[in-house]
Ligand binder design. Sequence first.
Ligand code: ADP
Ligand code: GLC
Length: 480
Amino acid sequence: MTALSVLSVAAEVFPLVKTGGLADVTGALPAALAAEGVIVRTLLPGYPAVMAAIKGGKVVLSLPSLFGGGARVLAATAHGLDLLVLDAPHLFDRPGNPYLGPDGRDWPDNPIRFAALARAAATIATTPALRPDIVHCHDWQSGLVPAYLHYTAAKAPPTVMTVHNLAFPGKAAPSLLATLGLPPHAYAIDGVEFHGTISLLKAGLQFADRITTVSPTYATEIQTRDAGMGFDGLLHHRAAALTGILNGIDTTIWNPATDPPPPPPLSATDRTGRPANKAALQRELGLSTDAPGPLFAVISRLTHQKGMDLLLEALPTLLRQGGQLAVLGTGEAWIESALRDAVSPGRIACVLGYDEALAHRIQAGADALLVPSRFEPCGLTQLCALRYGCVPVVARVGGLADTVIDANPAALAAGVATGIQFAPESASQLEAAIRRTAALYSDSTAWLALQANGTATDVSWRGPARQYAALYRSLLAARA
Ligand code: ADP
Ligand code: GLC
């Protein structure tokens, strides 16, 4: 197997910068791909946290005039990742959230900031000393890379565009076309034009050699009007180039055998740590330790996508079943305030914030993880839940449909069920799912079987990495 090099281009990479699952994926995939003979270098913006983490780095490229300022690309390693960092202070030397200014709104120059990332990627991809075999782009922030490589005269490597979430089109005003460095004819239906504006994601979907998304079901859903977010026509047209490859999770980070303290479930047959974890979690969050029903949990961005309004509606049912709820999340102000209002001592706890360590303690201690998403490209929290023996209760959409096996009578009889699914995504179906969960929970044999099947599920990156490696190799073979 000959080694193959990939330039991964992303705006978020765990543990350096993260707002969601995108960072988990770009942070974990390189190590999994290494086992497949694929060497990944990741280009990301030099946000303050990234610059601090790399402490220096070697200049491999100078970009004296990059969208209004001087920039450099620095090569460095951090957390086992081989990084190329775009040091462009005029665009990225801004603390906090990578996309939002102090007023909580998108930085107005976001299209320019991420065009700069894409321009740097395209320059790397066409510089002989740096040129990778493949360029792999993630979401709208790197969507312009395939467009820049399409419009260049230089010899360019093949590109893969991965859609993590179609809900973020990366819009830019049409008047920015020339500023973005695109030719006038790029503003067309077979270019970067998207319903009267420019979409950076559309650029990637239009010009990448291959498109992937993060689950087979989402790959099908996004070709339909309902879930296509305006891209369905294009995606349907490009169906032959589109595949769904499920995400995995980093099983060294999400490892119940070593996740400290207290000792969490150890294996499919030994979940002895769970009751202690649950009691500790309940005490930490001010929940009573004598509730008769399951302790449900949510770890999520609090947005419309994640169906948090459905959860709010279902709370009376959850409590009637003797259940408890622990929420960890941040997001839209109205959901945060409704959840704050819903807090009920002993029964419903809510931590509004971002806390990686608490997310682990919740997975190790809660009985069931609720993921009532309206759409979910893949979802990672249900994968972590499976591994930790926390039973996922999910809407039957996207990657949630692909990763959880519903505890219907046939699956229970066959001994393969790993969780509870509901459809369609409505409060009443969520309530029915909560009732089913409570009934299963009260049957300790059935519940133990769900947990055992969950912990035995392969949620690692091994299989997905193999699929990405095969995709890269097929692209190179097609070019040969
Ligand atoms: P999305 O990327 O749509 O937000 P995913 O399920 O793919 O959803 O990934 C979410 C990631 O972010 C998971 O690793 C999850 O544990 C983490 N996460 C989400 N909200 C929080 C939070 N408030 N605190 C800690 N981790 C969180
Ligand atoms: C997006 C999606 C989520 C997916 C993640 C990583 O944020 O919303 O479903 O798991 O990207 O691919």
